[in-house]
Ligand binder design. Structure first.
Ligand SMILES: [Zn+2]
Length: 425
């Protein structure tokens, strides 16, 4: 270290550069305080670009390249190298440049530094990483492109037993959705398979067709919400290929969301009515029931239960709706066969139909349309709870990246947020 030669040896440390097949020629510190480590390759061959043979006849060096490497004690570090060149006797003396494993010829970084950037980028933004690392925006995105496939790498999968389809809204309001396809692997790990530009049947079907056929027989269940596009895409794919046998399972959490909305709607209506009809003192007694009524009965505190019962005195309809909702939830908690579940759900439906309660009307239509796929849940109790868990992560990623990404890059960024620590740490 030329600039440090005056220092006492007590102030120096020596450690390996940890890059294979190189010899350190010099270490300098420039005016910015960056370490410039010049190295020379110790490998004495290259692969001929024309014929693929190992070639060993030297032919000078290429021009010097400078690669950003991992920081050292808070300083930036660059590796300088003149790549060796060799000529091939089989190809009229054509020369080829030696390639080494620790960097990519087109990259301004070492692979280790690319991985370092990926780790910084997990749950963060390109802008943030760019500023912390003092690199260009393009340099960070370039690293993403080098480290993460633009779409799924099917080679990583040997089975796709459980697939989940969900969506996220890209803009507030309606219409602009992307579909997110995930799989839960047998070891429990949830992997991202695709980010589709929309949730149209054709888009989803084409995605399924793009899955390598060696995986088709391993695909057993696809868990979705109640969106025709998904169910029909899977049904068409299933029908088009005799070797494919996939069951569509409507996610129980989406079913629950659907029927719970009815009760929520009735609560709002009844609270508005009671606000007008009750005295201020009486109304104060039932204020703040929003969360208690959303909870399942068994999770209520005594205080909440008291408040709820007070409300139910004023609104018998809401009481009945609450009881029906809890009954329905308890059906999904039971271990039933598909046929038993179907009978229970139909009995529940008949009870609602005969009552004065109308807040489940919308749900009853849904139940009729989707009954078979809803009861498919009971065989194996497969739900996309794993997708739900992932969904919050996906929403955060989307908020962070929204407006600055193309869809392929959204795949890369989601992939990084999901797999980043596993892969790059
Ligand atoms: Zn050759």
């Amino acid at each position: 270290m030329s600039n440090h030669q005056g220092l006492k040896s007590k102030n120096l440390i020596t450690f390996p550069l940890d890059i294979p097949e190189v010899e350190v020629i010099s270490v300098e510190i420039n005016e910015r305080g960056d370490y410039i480590v010049t190295v020379e390759s110790t490998r004495n061959s290259a692969v001929c670009h024309s014929c693929g043979r190992q070639i060993t006849k030297p032919n000078g060096c290429g021009r010097e390249i400078e690669l950003r490497h991992l920081p050292i004690l808070g300083h930036r570090l660059y590796i300088c190298l003149r790549p060796k060149r060799y000529e091939c006797s089989h190809c009229n003396g054509k020369t080829s440049t030696q390639e080494l494993d620790w960097y990519d010829p087109k990259s301004p970084h070492t692979k280790a530094y690319d991985h370092h950037l990926m780790l910084q980028l997990v749950n963060s933004t390109v802008e943030d990483v760019r500023r912390k690392e003092d690199v260009g925006y393009d340099a960070v995105e370039g690293a993403v492109d080098r480290c993460i496939h633009a779409s799924v790498n099917w080679g990583e999968f040997t089975e796709l037993k459980f697939i989940g389809i969900d969506e996220i809204a890209m803009t507030k309001g309606h219409g602009n959705f992307v579909a997110i396809i995930t799989t839960q692997q047998t070891d429990g790990h949830v992997a991202l398979l695709g980010v589709l530009v929309d949730r149209q049947k054709e888009t989803v079907r084409q995605f399924f067709e793009s899955i390598p056929s060696r995986l088709w027989q391993t695909m057993k269940k696809v868990c979705t919400d109640m969106w025709e596009g998904y169910a029909n895409a899977v049904a068409e794919f299933d029908k088009a290929h005799p070797e494919v046998s996939i069951e569509v399972v409507v996610d129980r959490f989406h079913v629950a969301k659907n029927y719970r909305e009815g009760v929520d709607h009735l609560r709002k209506q009844e609270c508005r009515r009671l606000k007008k009809e009750l005295s201020d003192v009486e109304y104060a007694e039932i204020q703040g029931v929003l969360w208690p009524i959303r909870k399942n009965g068994k999770d209520l505190t005594d205080e909440e239960l008291k408040k709820l019962n007070r409300l139910f005195v004023y609104s018998p309809d809401l009481r009945l709706a609450y009881i029906f909702r809890e009954e329905l939830t308890s059906i999904f908690e039971m271990h039933l066969t598909k046929e038993e579940a179907k009978q229970r759900l139909l009995a529940w439906r008949d009870k609602i139909s005969q009552s004065t309660i109308t807040c489940f009307n919308k749900f009853l239509i849904t139940l009729n349309n989707w009954l078979d796929k809803i009861v498919n849940y009971f065989a194996g109790r497969f739900s996309s709870g794993f997708v739900e868990g992932l969904n919050n992560k996906i929403k955060t990623t989307k908020r962070r990246c929204y407006g600055i990404l193309r869809n392929t890059t959204l795949f890369q960024r989601l992939y990084l947020d999901i797999e980043g620590y596993r892969r790059f740490a």
